[in-house]
Write a protein that binds this ligand. Structure first.
Ligand code: SF4
Ligand code: SF4
Length: 394
């Protein structure tokens, strides 16, 4: 495993970090397949991964509980354990400490290595300032309950820079990949954080798996590559190529993905990517940009919807249809199963797009700023009214 400096913190972090939002499941999002997930964690730690990232809301709290139950004392000593304060649920200092105590309890740890404000945007940054929550973070650090203070970010470039100027953060977690260099914090924000010695941790290096999807045009670009790498490998190497990136979080769902991602972290060239390699990534970026309609990362921050619409599943179907250039039989079958009452169908009860009443409740929760109700109208028109993909309006 390669290790990189963790900003100004004086320790090195594995180039690949383990994100725990996408553990394999036995059923619903809260039913983690513990046997498989434990094997994945074991493999990762045995192969040098020393950074594990979780949050209050991952698997509705079960991710933290599972880590607390599963990490052995020896494993815990080898890793930095990171979790995040659910700032959207906090209305007072008391709330902040209430959630922290529950999280520390779930994780069964005396000290959380890095505690973050989760998914900060302009509104949440105002709340952090109004409630003086940085003072509370400092208090936890003085008491030895946390070691470092940071935030994960889904806001505008201006908010990101304002936050960096307002406080000497230890780390910032941002979305960065070869499609998102001008999105949210942007690459300039990454540069700025790096210049201040803030450790930058990257999430969504593959845009929620979209940059791992093949099609004939992508495959042709890969065949013509000066150096042969897997599609995921190109995505991870692009992120690792920025010297300001400390570690790349990958939300892995199978042991095979863990094995592959560790191999890709190890294959990153020590001198960085060459010009032909960067040109190849530029071709991949162009090809994907044409094909991805909705930048949904399946983070699930938007659910539950009061009407029961399973938003990420619907948007995934929309992207699949645009990707293929048409709706296919299996897509219609899935969509029908979104309203199925048969418990034995795979997608039963997922909540079809036509349930949406355009109440707008999901809009402020989406870190990707997707116009969710508008996109759901297109899902309905594609899968209920027989519209073709060619008729989809941008
Ligand atoms: S706008 Fe539609 S999808 Fe969003 S919360 Fe309201 S009903 Fe649900
Ligand atoms: S619509 Fe937005 S909030 Fe919902 S899963 Fe997709 S990216 Fe996340």
């Amino acid at each position: 495993m390669h290790y990189r400096p963790m900003g100004k913190l004086g320790w090195d972090v594995s180039a690949l970090g383990f994100g725990t939002m996408r553990f394999p499941l036995r059923g619903s999002w809260t039913e983690i397949n513990e046997e498989q997930s434990a094997a994945m964690l074991c493999y990762a730690i045995d192969h040098g991964v020393n950074y594990i990232d979780t949050a209050w809301r991952y698997h509705d709290g079960v991710s933290e509980e599972f880590l607390g139950r599963t990490l052995t004392r020896e494993q815990r000593a080898k890793v930095r354990l990171v979790t995040k304060s659910p700032i959207w649920l906090i209305e007072s200092k008391t709330d902040f400490h209430h959630f922290f105590a529950k999280q520390a309890n779930r994780l069964k740890t005396d000290t959380i290595d890095i505690y973050l404000f989760h998914a900060v945007n302009g509104e949440r940054w105002e709340k952090i300032k109004r409630l003086k929550l940085l003072d509370e973070m400092e208090k936890l650090r003085r008491e030895g309950r946390i070691k470092h203070i940071g935030f994960s970010f889904h806001g505008s470039p201006n908010t990101f820079n304002e936050m960096l100027d307002a406080y000497p953060w230890d780390m910032a977690q941002i979305q960065y990949n070869y499609l998102d260099t001008e999105f949210q914090a942007t690459v300039r924000g990454l540069d700025y954080a790096h210049s201040k010695g803030v450790a930058v941790v990257v999430m969504e290096p593959l845009r929620g798996g979209k940059l791992a999807q093949h099609n004939p045009e992508i495959d042709l670009i890969l065949q013509e590559a000066p150096i042969h790498k897997a599609l995921v490998e190109w995505g991870l190497h692009f992120v690792m190529n920025h010297p300001g990136v400390a570690t790349v979080l990958s939300g892995m769902s199978t042991l095979e993905q863990v094995e592959e991602n560790i191999a890709y972290a190890n294959s990153f060239p020590s001198g960085g990517l060459s010009t032909p390699e960067l040109e190849l990534i530029e071709r991949l970026r162009h090809s994907y940009e044409k094909k991805i309609r909705v930048p949904c990362t399946s983070c699930r921050y938007c659910v539950p919807c009061p009407e029961g619409v399973e938003i990420p599943e619907n948007l995934s179907l929309l992207n699949q249809a645009v990707w293929e250039g048409k709706t296919l039989g299996w897509m219609h079958k899935w969509y029908q199963e979104f309203e199925s009452t048969d418990p034995y169908t795979y997608w039963h009860g997922k909540g079809a797009a036509s349930r949406c009443t355009s109440c707008g409740e999901c809009l402020s929760k989406c870190p990707q700023n997707i116009a969710i109700p508008d996109e759901l109208v297109w899902v309905r028109r594609l899968f209920e009214e027989g519209l073709s993909v060619d008729q989809l309006k941008k």
